[in-house]
Design a protein around this ligand. Sequence first.
Ligand SMILES: NC(=O)C1=CN([C@@H]2O[C@H](COP(=O)(O)OP(=O)(O)OC[C@H]3O[C@@H](n4cnc5c(N)ncnc54)[C@H](OP(=O)(O)O)[C@@H]3O)[C@@H](O)[C@H]2O)C=CC1
Ligand SMILES: CC(=O)N[C@@H](CCC(=O)OP(=O)(O)O)C(=O)O
Length: 343
Amino acid sequence: MKVAIVGVTGYSGTVLWQLLSQHPNVTEINIYTTQADLEAVAQQFDWQTKQTVRVLPFDAGQIMADNDVAFFATPAGVTGELAETFMANHFPIIDLSGDLRLQDPKAYQKWYHRAAEVSRETLSYATYGLTEFTATTTDYIANPGCYATATLMGLAPLVQERLIDLDSVIVDAKSGVTGAGKKLSQATHYVDVDENFSLYKLNQHQHIPEIMQQLKQWAPDMGPIQFTTGLLPVKRGLMATIYAKVTADSADVNEIIAAAFQATYMDKPFVKILANDMPDLRLVVGSNMTAIGWSYNPVTHIVTIVSVIDNLMKGAAGQAVQNFNQYFGFDETAGLAQLPLMI
Ligand SMILES: NC(=O)C1=CN([C@@H]2O[C@H](COP(=O)(O)OP(=O)(O)OC[C@H]3O[C@@H](n4cnc5c(N)ncnc54)[C@H](OP(=O)(O)O)[C@@H]3O)[C@@H](O)[C@H]2O)C=CC1
Ligand SMILES: CC(=O)N[C@@H](CCC(=O)OP(=O)(O)O)C(=O)O
C-alpha cells in the first residue's frame, strides 16, 4: 500500500509518519509539502524504515497517480482547499483537520470563522471517523478532533442508553501544548505555559458543534453541553472530565453504568475502562488508548466520567491510522501496537 502524507512537518504529521513507517501493510510513504524545503524535510525523515520514503512538492495529480490514499495533517482551511481535487476524483483521503467534520457549512463558518471550502453535497459523502462507532467508511474520512474524541468516548454509553439527563452535561477538558500545533503563539510560549494553567476559547471552541452533531445522532433530543478547555503545561495528553445528572434512581445505578460501559467497549482493543480508579495522562501518552474511569455520587446523583487520550495518537494520528485500517480492511490494530511511555 502506497500512502501520501501532506503536512508531515507538523506535530500530528510527524506522529503519522512514525506510525505508517511501522505499519505492516504500508510499502511506500510519499511526503508532499506545500511550503517546506524539500531537502530539509528529506533529511528530517531520512531514518531507517523498511519503506521507501520520497519527499516531493505538493501536486494533486501526482499524489493520486502514485498513491492509494492521502493523509492531510494540515490546518483547517488549508485541507479544504488542497483536498478539493481529490474529492472531485473520489480519491480516498483521511483528513485530520476540522474541514470535513461538520455537515452544515453554516456551522463551519460560525465556529471556524471562515467560509467552508467544501460543499454541503461533498460533506454528505464524508464519514465522521470516530472509529469505535463507525459502521461504514466512505472515501472521505473526517478524523475527529482530539477533545471531541475524548468527550464522545466518555459520554457514548450513557447517552446511547439514556442513563443521564440529556440537558445536564458539563465538560471540563484540558490538553497538552502539542494540541495547539507547532506554530508559536503568545499562549503557547514556554514562559506562558510552564508552571501555569489557563483556560481558552470558553464557550467558543470549534469542537462544540462537532460533539453536538454526533451526540444528536445518538440521541436526537440531546440538549446543549457546557464545554471548557484548558492548556496543561505538558507536551502530550488530554483529559476530559465530564459531569452529568443520572436519571436512574435505584440502588443498582453503579451496576447499570458499569454494564453500559462494558457493553459498549468490551470488544474494542483501544479502550480501557477502569473499574474503581481514575485514569491519568501517563496511562495513555504514547499509545492509541482511550482510558475511561467514572464515579457516581449518590448524594448529588451526578456521575463524573474521566476520559484520557494522547492528543497526537487517539486524538489525531493514531485514530487516522485506525481509520486507514478500517477503510482498507486491515487488522484494526495494525501499526498501532505502541504501549504508553509510562515514565
Ligand atoms: N495537534 C493535535 O493534537 C491535533 C491536531 N489536529 C488537526 O490536525 C491538523 C494538523 O495539526 P498539527 O500537527 O497540530 O499542526 P501543525 O501546525 O503542527 O502542522 C501543520 C503542518 O501543515 C502544513 N501546512 C501547510 N500549509 C500550512 C499553512 N498555511 N500554515 C501552517 N501549516 C501548513 C505544514 O507542513 P509541511 O510544511 O510539511 O507541508 C505544517 O507543518 C490540524 O488541522 C489540526 O487542527 C487534530 C487533532 C489533534
Ligand atoms: C491545545 C490546543 O490549542 N488544542 C487545539 C486542538 C485543535 C484540534 O484538535 O484540532 P482540530 O480543530 O482540527 O480538531 C484547540 O483547542 O483548538
